[in-house]
Design a protein around this ligand. Structure first.
Ligand SMILES: N[C@@H](CCC(=O)N[C@@H](CS)C(=O)NCC(=O)O)C(=O)O
Length: 176
């Protein structure tokens, strides 16, 4: 398996964390986000990372997460119950409105409601959505200097007991 990856990229972090949770070995190919190789556009027309090659080429972090969870079942990240699985997917589907849009507006120095988004972020319901949200929460705290609400700080502290999350926190601290 090959992951076209970028250390800075929170979308890539989702996939790194899922691969590590499942104990899957892969070859990481680090992409320079400021100078993308032309061949990357052959893998993903938008030129975005992550892209996974597991015998076929798959872009889009949320789709990759679902693929890996279904292809490599243990440990399962989505809940077993079908209704709860759908709810977990819905949370990730709504990532932009729940967090992403305001995170990037904050980063660009534009008006934003990041504090409110963090306050209301639906975390702790299922590991799948937690993994999908955590990379931005980590970067908000450790790269952008945002003070997290106490609820999120303790959620992240609990999540950091998982080695793949702890590794991502370490990686981000190295970048900051
Ligand atoms: N919807 C994509 C977004 C991926 C994405 O935006 N990746 C960034 C790096 S963090 C990127 O490659 N951006 C390049 C661009 O926007 O041209 C996903 O979930 O994988």
């Amino acid at each position: 398996m090959t992951l076209y990856d970028a250390a800075r990229c929170p979308y890539c972090a989702r996939v790194r964390i899922v691969l590590a949770e499942k104990g899957l070995e892969y070859e990481p190919v680090e992409i320079d986000l400021r100078n993308r190789p032309d061949w990357l556009y052959g893998l993903n027309a938008s030129g975005k990372v992550p892209v996974l090659d597991d015998g076929f080429v798959l872009p889009e972090s949320a789709v990759i997460m679902e693929y890996l969870d279904e292809r490599y079942r243990e440990p399962s990240l989505l809940p077993d119950d079908l209704a709860r699985r759908a709810e977990a997917r819905l949370q990730v589907f709504r990532f932009d409105e729940l967090l992403g849009d305001d995170y990037y507006a904050f980063r660009r120095g534009e008006p934003n409601a990041l504090a409110e988004r963090l306050e209301g972020l639906p975390v702790g319901d299922n590991l799948f959505a937690d993994i999908a949200f955590a990379p931005w929460v980590i970067r908000a705290r450790d790269m952008l200097g945002v003070a997290l609400p106490a609820r999120l700080e303790s959620w992240l502290e609990g999540l950091a007991a998982r080695p793949p999350i702890a590794a991502e926190i370490d990686l981000v601290r190295g970048l900051a």
